[in-house]
Design a protein around this ligand. Structure first.
Ligand code: SF4
Ligand code: SF4
Ligand code: SF4
Length: 253
C-alpha cells in the first residue's frame, strides 16, 4: 500500500526547494537573456553547425558524463520539468512500475534525435536565438502537457520520467555506474519497506540492500526520499564501493 511521503521533513522540503529554485532560474534566464535551447534535440542542430557549447555541453555534463559522478541527481534535484510534476496534487502517486513501458523512452530518445536530422536534410536548421527559443517553448510545453496528463491518468507524478523522457533514457546508460549511490550503513534494517513505499521511481531498494549491494538501479534519481523516510536511518548516500554487507534484519515495525 502506498503511504505518502512527508513533504515537510527537512530533507524532502530542501530537495523540493532546489527543484523550484532551478526551475525559476532556468526559465528566468531564458526569458531575460534568451539563452540557447538546452533540450536534447538541439544538440543535433548544434553539432551539425560545429557548435559545442550550450546544448552539447549541457547534455554531455548533465545527462551523460555527469551521471557517472552523481547518477540521475539532475532528475531528483534540478529538472525544470520534474518540479512541475512533483507539485501535482496526486495522492495515490505510486502503483508500481510497468516494466514493459520502460522501453518507450528509448524509442522517444531515438525519435528526438532523428527528427532534427530530417529537418536538417530538408534545409531547416534551428540556430538563431529566436528559433531556439520558439523550439524550446514548444518542446517544454509538450513535455509539461504530456507529463501532466500521464501523471493524472496513471496516478503517478513521475510517469513521464519513467516511461517517456528521452533525457532520462540517456542518463540510464551511465547512471548505474555512478560514484554516488544509495547504500545501507551499519544500522539494522527492520524490513518495514517504508523506503520502497515512498520511492517515486519504484526502485526495488531492498533487493540491493539484502544482497549487500549499493542501489545501482537505472531509474534511481538520487532524490533521497528513501533516506529521509527510513525510520531507522539505515540508508545513506555513499561513495564507497560496497553497501553494508551484513544482511541483518531486525523486527518489523
Ligand atoms: S526523467 Fe526527464 S523529465 Fe524526468 S526529471 Fe529526468 S530529465 Fe526531467
Ligand atoms: S528500515 Fe529503512 S532500509 Fe529497512 S526496509 Fe525500513 S525504510 Fe527500508
Ligand atoms: S531509491 Fe531512493 S534515492 Fe533512488 S529514486 Fe528511490 S527514493 Fe529516490
Amino acid at each position: 500500500m502506498y503511504r505518502p511521503v512527508n513533504r515537510k521533513s527537512p530533507g524532502i522540503s530542501t530537495r523540493l526547494a532546489f527543484l523550484l529554485f532551478f526551475t525559476l532560474y532556468y526559465w528566468s534566464i531564458h526569458f531575460i537573456s534568451g539563452k540557447s535551447n538546452l533540450q536534447l534535440s538541439q544538440i543535433v542542430f548544434d553539432i551539425f553547425a560545429g557548435v559545442f557549447t550550450g546544448a552539447v555541453t549541457h547534455v554531455a555534463i548533465a545527462k551523460f558524463f555527469g551521471p557517472l559522478l552523481f547518477g540521475r541527481g539532475f532528475c531528483g534535484w534540478v529538472c525544470w520539468n520534474a518540479s512541475v510534476f512533483e507539485m501535482l496534487p496526486i495522492r495515490n502517486a505510486r502503483k508500481g512500475i510497468a516494466e514493459k513501458r520502460l522501453i518507450y523512452k528509448y524509442v522517444v530518445l531515438i525519435i528526438a534525435l532523428v527528427i532534427p536530422g530530417f529537418l536538417i536534410a530538408a534545409g531547416y536548421i534551428i540556430r538563431s536565438p529566436k528559433a531556439q527559443f520558439e523550439w524550446l517553448l514548444i518542446e517544454n510545453a509538450l513535455i509539461y502537457l504530456i507529463g501532466i496528463i500521464l501523471a493524472l491518468v496513471l496516478g503517478d507524478r513521475r510517469a513521464f520520467c519513467k516511461y517517456l523522457c528521452p533525457a532520462g533514457a540517456l542518463m540510464t546508460l551511465t547512471s548505474p555506474r555512478s560514484i554516488l549511490k544509495i547504500e545501507k550503513n551499519h544500522l539494522t534494517c527492520s524490513n518495514c519497506r517504508r523506503c520502497e513505499e515512498v520511492c517515486p521511481m519504484d526502485v526495488p531498494i531492498l533487493d540491493y540492500i539484502k544482497e549487500g549491494q549499493r542501489v545501482s538501479h537505472p531509474e534511481c534519481i538520487l532524490c533521497t526520499e528513501c533516506v529521509n523516510s527510513c525510520p531507522r536511518n539505515c540508508l545513506t548516500v555513499g561513495i564507497g564501493k560496497k553497501s553494508d554487507t551484513t544482511p541483518e534484519f531486525g523486527k518489523s515495525f
